[in-house]
Ligand binder design. Structure first.
Ligand SMILES: C[S@@+](CC[C@H](N)C(=O)[O-])C[C@H]1O[C@@H](n2cnc3c(N)ncnc32)[C@H](O)[C@@H]1O
Length: 261
């Protein structure tokens, strides 16, 4: 009897240890083919100003306009403040910007606030009534598919009725149906943060590779190995990472690609 109780308690302990460390264990088996890169490797604008021997700080070009959103808004699927800063800084040197996935418009608003007055921003998203026609592909992760339904809830955005709204064009369309023919080699900056299912990430990425200009930058959000809702983003980027020269920006969930001439 004592032996059985001992065996059961050992088993419970194993299950508990596995449950508490499940993220670490999953990461252990995830073969990452994406190399990490420092933020300076995206663009020279990120190089810091030396203040003293033990202190470096931001150059004035990287000081941006920003805002906070109250927690009672319960906005889903946003970039972190650090990631928002990276996109804001890159928008200061971009004339044409495209975003896959608007959601609340947090990042769109940041890019509009910080870019030049003649910068054009296009963002594609789904209206709540458009999600009825979204189909799950066999290779699509269930959680990511459900998140598309949860995140497609906005028709008005954080930038609506603001001074910078005129810079932004919102396309309400399934990106799988979006025809990028007339947008080829046009964009300085593309942010891929739409549906996180395999079929949508692959579609948005392949279209972006055609839409990006020489020296242009593509950024993907949510490269988080071990996170269930980001599984398909990680899978797709790991598949194409080495062949396309994609890098994971340290201390973020962003990956980037720079189109070389
Ligand atoms: C993670 S949120 C975007 C967050 C936003 N980029 C930000 O930084 O605040 C995902 C968005 O992608 C949109 N989306 C998902 N699947 C899509 C698809 N197939 N076509 C167009 N938009 C899609 C959703 O409607 C939602 O607005």
């Amino acid at each position: 009897m004592i032996k059985i109780i001992l065996l059961i308690s050992i088993l419970i302990n194993f299950i508990l240890i596995f449950y508490i460390n499940k993220k670490k264990i999953r990461n252990l088996f995830n073969i990452t083919k994406i190399h990490k890169a420092n933020i300076n490797e995206i663009h020279e604008i990120f190089s810091e100003r030396k203040i003293s021997n033990n202190l470096k700080g931001p150059k004035k070009e990287t000081i941006i306009k920003s805002f906070c959103i109250s927690s009672d808004n319960s906005i889903v699927g946003m970039t972190s403040d650090y990631e928002g800063w990276i996109l804001s800084v890159l928008s200061t040197v971009s004339k044409k910007i495209f975003e896959f996935g608007t959601c609340s418009g947090k990042t769109t608003y940041l890019m509009a606030l910080n870019s030049n007055t003649d910068t054009e921003i296009t963002t594609i998203t789904l209206r709540p009534n458009q999600v009825e026609n979204i189909a799950k592909d066999i290779q699509d992760n269930k959680v990511s598919f459900k998140n598309i339904l949860k995140e497609s809830i906005y028709e008005k955005f954080l930038f609506s009725d603001t001074e910078v709204e005129k810079k932004i064009k919102v396309i309400f369309e399934n990106s799988l149906d979006f025809n990028e023919e007339s947008f080829q080699n046009m964009y300085d900056l593309i942010f891929i943060d739409g549906g996180h299912t395999y079929s949508v990430v692959k579609n948005d990425s392949e279209k972006s590779f055609r839409m990006i200009k020489d020296n242009g930058i593509i950024l993907w959000h949510d490269y988080v190995p071990g996170k269930e809702s980001a599984k398909n983003v990680v899978k797709y980027l790991n598949e194409i990472g080495s062949e396309k020269n994609i890098f994971h920006i340290q201390n973020t969930s962003l990956c980037f690609y720079k189109k070389k001439i």
